[in-house]
Every structure is written in structure tokens, then in C-alpha cells.
Design a protein around this ligand. Sequence first.
Ligand SMILES: O=C(O)CCC(=O)c1ccccc1C(=O)O
Ligand SMILES: [Mg+2]
Length: 322
Amino acid sequence: MFFIWKSFMVYQFSFRYFSQKFTNPIITNHGVWETRECIIIRLIDAKNNVSWGEISPISWFGSETIKQALDFCYQLPKAITQEIILAIPDNLPACQFAFESALVMEKATNFNLTYSGLLSAGKLALNQWGNLWEQGYKTFKWKIGVDEINQELEIFDLLISSLPTSAKLRLDANGGLTYQEAELWLKKCDQFSSKIEFIEQPLPVDKFREMQELSNSYFTTIALDESIANLHQLELCFQQGWRGIFVIKPGIFGSPFRLKEFCKKHQIDVVFSSVFETEIGRQAALQLAAELSGNNRAVGFGINHFFQPQESNWLESLWKTF
Ligand SMILES: O=C(O)CCC(=O)c1ccccc1C(=O)O
Ligand SMILES: [Mg+2]
């Protein structure tokens, strides 16, 4: 295993709860999300090297809750080892990500990646994309399955005709469509295929077979997201023959080490996606994306416009609080 040589090391462990309000609440088929809550963890080794990790769960996606993650952190000893970290159970995937990332934390770098800018649900998207376009974004993701379908199809017409020819649009239903609604959307997307990259999680997680059927019936590619929230689910969908796109959110997926093993073994078409993490989780997730994105798909990390800019000393300040 990659970091076995560190197995004798003991780390001083501490953590802090941290929360940020979204500038615009995130509205999806799962409901309204106002505040991002997370836990920042810190490890210090015997040579005083400091490394960081971030636990940013999304329980409606199937990860642990913030409460479960906090309970886990509280019961850990003040000094921990690699053994303890590698034994974090699979029902705490956001914790697995945070602690393993902290173990192998690398120096902050700029990655050679392209980014997809996230648009809010509904009409908001219409006056959001222009700003992002000026910042250099060429790929956008718009949330659907939130309002009445005819209303959304109307907004879609406005959005798709206003987007420049070279722009690409992803639609994300968060599992909120019925089979018939998914067909309407797919028909629509097939008409604008030059501007549509894919439609993400049209149906609920328990409708795998139906999504396979839809992906065989339409030109537009389907991407699984909620269906493959963790390694176990990814393995199941892969075994059942899914060869469309796989959206991976490293922040809640679980062990990055095992994710790497899977991606190196199987050539899957993957899109990396944010969980609205801070720069700590973002750095670790983008590191993985840079290593594992075999294709040229934009990463879904164009989400900074949903947060107020962070003070440069926020981490320092956070560690002064109790
Ligand atoms: O993937 C992206 O482009 C942005 C991130 C995103 O959409 C998202 C962020 C948090 C929770 C769920 C989702 C989602 O893809 O459904
Ligand atoms: Mg999604």
C-alpha cells in the first residue's frame, strides 16, 4: 500500500466545526440547502509537519450526517496512527476522505483542469451564466427537476438559445424526474445535441434499469451521480454494465486510495464534482481529479460564486476558537 511506510507515525489530532452560508441557497429536487457545515481536521506529525483534511458530508446523498462525523471525531484519541485512519468504517465516507487526504496531503498547486460553472435552478440561471462566461467558463450545469416541468422547459429554451455556440450545458435532475418527464427532457436535449454534454441522474437511485433503458433509447448521454455516491455503489453499477458517465464527488465518496485503485483498473468516463467544500477539501479533491481524469471533461468545481470569499487567515482564526 502506498503509505505503509508511514505506519509507525503518530499524529496529534485536532478538529474544528465550521459553517458557511450560501450566497444563494442551493435548491435541488432534494430541497433547499442554506448552510454548508463541515469539520476541518488537523494532523501534526513528530517533526511538526502540519496537514489538513475536510469532512463535508451530504447526508441526503447517502453519506454520514455532520452529527455522526462530529461524534466520530470526539471519540478519537488525541494521538492517532495510520492504522486508525485506514480502519474508518465505510458508513463514514466523508471522514475516510478527510483523514486519508490529510495523510497524503501535497503542496497546493494549480491544476491543469477545465471547470464547469454551476447555475442555480429556475430563472436565476439566465442572468448567472454571463458572469461565469466572462470568467472563462465554457461548461455550465443547471439544476432541473425543481419546478413544474413545462416551466423548466420554457426556461431551458431561453437558456440554450442564449448560450454561445461553443458553450456546453449539463442538466442535473438530482433524481427528480419521472420516466415520462425524463423522456421529454431527453427528446429536448437530442434536439440541441451540439450544446448538451449530458443529463445527470434523471431518475431516483432505485431506477437503475430504467436509466439504462433511457441511455439506450436517446442520443444524449446520461451521467449517474446519486446512484454512485460511494465505492460500493460505483462497483455495483459498473458490474451491472453502466458505461455512461460516472459523476464522482471525492468529498463523500470514501477512501481516495480505493477510488484510485478502481479508476486505474477500470477505464471509466468520469466527471469530478464538488460537495461545496472549503479550499482544504477542494485541494485534495482536485488532486485526485488531476490524477484520475482520463478524459477532458470539465470538473464540477465552479462553485465559488456560492460562497463569500474567505479571509486569508480563516484557518488560523478557526484554531483559536474552542
Ligand atoms: O457538479 C457540479 O458541477 C457542482 C456540484 C453539484 O452540482 C452538487 C453539489 C453538492 C451536492 C450535489 C451536487 C450534484 O451534483 O447534485
Ligand atoms: Mg448531481
